[in-house]
Design a protein around this ligand. Structure first.
Ligand SMILES: [Zn+2]
Length: 133
């Protein structure tokens, strides 16, 4: 990177004719910051420039804010969507499977219990006659 040289404060372009002549690093229209502030608040051209700058900056800030809001909104939407998607892809089938397994297990248990009860003679299946044996 090139070393920044100090330059004389001397107005250029719309700020021509202004400047204190002191050496400065940062210049706007050839003016040091002090002279730029004076030029922007005390001359007609400077005031118009400042107004434009302020309006531009406000507009840019507004734009950036909107952009940020939008991206946050989108991010939230994606989060919500992915949570829902995650649920439908991974959680729901698992719940279904667990439910199936539970039902199967309950049925097996029930059948086993009935079988045992049949065997020990607590419950007798209806016989051919339609009466308890
Ligand atoms: Zn100056």
């Amino acid at each position: 990177m090139k070393p920044i040289k100090k330059k004389k404060c001397k107005g250029i372009g719309i700020a021509k004719g202004n400047g204190c002549g002191e050496l400065t690093y940062k210049r706007t229209y050839g003016l040091c910051q002090k002279c730029n502030r004076i030029w922007a608040t005390e001359t007609d051209v400077g005031m118009i420039w400042l107004k434009k700058q302020t309006a531009y900056k406000m507009k840019r800030n507004e734009k950036e804010e909107k952009k940020q809001n939008r991206s946050e909104h989108n991010k939230m939407k994606i989060d919500v969507m992915s949570a829902d998607k995650y649920r439908s892809i991974y959680v729901q089938p698992l719940i279904n499977k667990i439910a199936d397994l539970l039902i199967m297990e309950i049925l097996v248990l029930l059948l086993a219990t009935l079988k045992v009860k049949w065997q020990v003679g607590i419950i007798h299946p209806l016989g051919q006659t339609g009466q308890y044996v």
